[in-house]
Structure formats: structure tokens, C-alpha cells
Design a protein around this ligand. Structure first.
Ligand SMILES: Cc1cc2nc3c(=O)[nH]c(=O)nc-3n(C[C@H](O)[C@H](O)[C@H](O)COP(=O)(O)O)c2cc1C
Length: 227
């Protein structure tokens, strides 16, 4: 069921966006999709180069891609992300990573040492959490961190535009782990790099993972005001 389309303030939109990891089999109408992508397109970027290259996958193509990704993961195929994805976070970053995982797995009923449960939870990523759509955001291989920032800003515009129209989403670095499979499936050249994908659609409120709520450190922990 669609969420009621009341006008949301900017604060409402920012506060109500969260990662959704279980979707209903209901597509987002093309008209809504166009509005969302048109709004996202207004993102600022270095020198206005707009380096994002966006591919939206739905229907049979999404199902086939999901099957390929799940098969690769189940077969233990070595991931080939364009950007390293195996960084170990130190200190407080590790603490926050664990806190987010504990909250998510707690709702999913997966214990810390339950390797099978964790594997199954990870595989849900490769199935787009049953979403009817996924968007992959690419940039040219010649680009670097500066342009990656532009893609991040674009992605946040995109997710907030979705929230404002009752569409739920989950950004997923996991969708860039098998970059070559995604490129091959979409018929794209090797010099288009994937940073991440975003699954989107309408939340299935019966999926336990969707009860997860994360927290943020306080402003005082992050910000130093100088004058
Ligand atoms: C670039 C990026 C990559 C992410 N990758 C994944 C992922 O692969 N799988 C996943 O379940 N969540 C992923 N997330 C979602 C984060 O876990 C989530 O944003 C964070 O825990 C904060 O929760 P919230 O989005 O509900 O506020 C990603 C988020 C971002 C921004």
C-alpha cells in the first residue's frame, strides 16, 4: 500500500528516510520515477560536470541479474569491486559498524556467531531485498574521490526525493561487489565504475529487518565551530 502522500517538510523527509531491507512486489509508477530522477538531477557537482551515469533495472532484467549475483556469491566467486570493499574500520568507526549490525541482525533474529544466518542475510543484498527496482550509479574509470563525492551527493538527493514521494530505498555497497557481472548484464563497458546500487520500491512492513533504527553521534562529537 502506498504511504499517504501528504506534503512533507524538508525536515520530515530527512528524518523519515531510512534503509529499508524488504519490499512489496509493487512497482513505482514511471511518472513518479521520472519526478524522482528529475529532482535528483539537480544535485550540485564539481564544475557542474554531473559525473553520475545512472542505470535503473526492473522486471525480468532485475530478476536475472539478482540470480546471477546470488549464484556468484553462493559459489564463492571472488568479488571484483571497482573500489576496495574490504577495509577494516578502526576505533569508533568499528563500534558504529557493530552497533548498526547488532541492531539489524537483532531484528532479523541472527546471532553474532550464526554464520549461515549471516550468509543468508548478506545474500538478501544480492536479491535487492526483493525490491522491484534497483538503480546502479556509475562513473567513468578516469574519475576519483572528487567525482565520487558528486555521486554521493546525487545519491542522497535521489533517496530523499524517493522518501518525499513515499518510495523506500536502501543504498548498497554490496551491489558493487561483483562489478563485472553487473556491467556484463547491462552491456556496459569496463571503464564504467560502480560505486554502489540502491534498491527501491515500497516497504514490506512485515519484514523484520525493517524494524531496524540506527542512531547518530551528537553534533558536538562531530563539529568544531571556529571563528
Ligand atoms: C554508500 C552506502 C552503502 C551501503 N551499503 C549497504 C549494503 O551493502 N547493505 C546494506 O544492507 N546496507 C547498506 N547501507 C545502508 C547503511 O547500513 C545505513 O545507511 C546505515 O546503517 C544508517 O541507517 P539508515 O540508512 O537506516 O539511516 C549503505 C549505505 C550507504 C550510504
Amino acid at each position: 500500500m502506498n504511504k499517504p502522500m501528504k506534503m512533507m517538510t524538508f525536515d520530515d523527509v530527512v528524518r523519515s528516510r531510512r534503509s529499508v531491507r524488504g519490499f512489496l512486489p509493487k512497482e513505482v509508477p514511471m511518472e513518479t520515477m521520472r519526478e524522482i530522477f528529475e529532482l535528483a538531477q539537480l544535485a550540485p557537482s564539481n564544475c557542474n560536470i554531473q559525473p553520475w551515469i545512472t542505470h535503473v533495472v526492473s522486471g525480468d532484467s532485475l530478476k536475472e541479474l539478482g540470480n546471477k549475483l546470488v549464484d556468484a556469491a553462493k559459489a564463492g566467486r571472488e568479488p571484483d569491486p571497482d573500489w576496495p570493499a574490504d577495509k577494516k574500520f578502526p576505533g569508533v568507526y568499528r563500534e558504529r559498524q557493530i552497533d548498526a549490525a547488532v541492531r539489524l541482525y537483532g531484528h532479523m533474529g541472527v546471532e553474532r556467531h550464526d554464520a549461515v544466518g549471516r550468509e543468508n542475510a548478506y545474500l538478501r543484498n544480492q536479491m535487492f531485498f526483493d525490491a522491484p527496482h534497483a538503480v546502479f550509479i556509475f562513473m567513468l574509470g578516469m574519475f576519483d574521490a572528487r567525482e565520487a563525492v558528486d555521486l554521493g551527493i546525487y545519491a542522497q538527493n535521489l533517496m530523499l526525493s524517493m522518501t518525499s514521494r513515499g518510495v523506500d530505498s536502501c543504498a548498497q555497497g554490496a551491489l558493487g561487489l561483483y562489478a563485472s557481472i553487473v556491467r556484463e548484464h547491462l552491456g556496459l563497458p569496463d571503464d564504467l565504475q560502480i560505486l554502489f546500487g540502491i534498491s527501491f520500491g515500497y516497504e514490506d512492513p512485515d519484514v523484520a529487518a525493517n524494524r531496524t533504527r540506527t542512531e547518530r553521534a551528537t553534533v558536538d562529537e562531530h563539529i568544531v565551530f571556529h571563528r
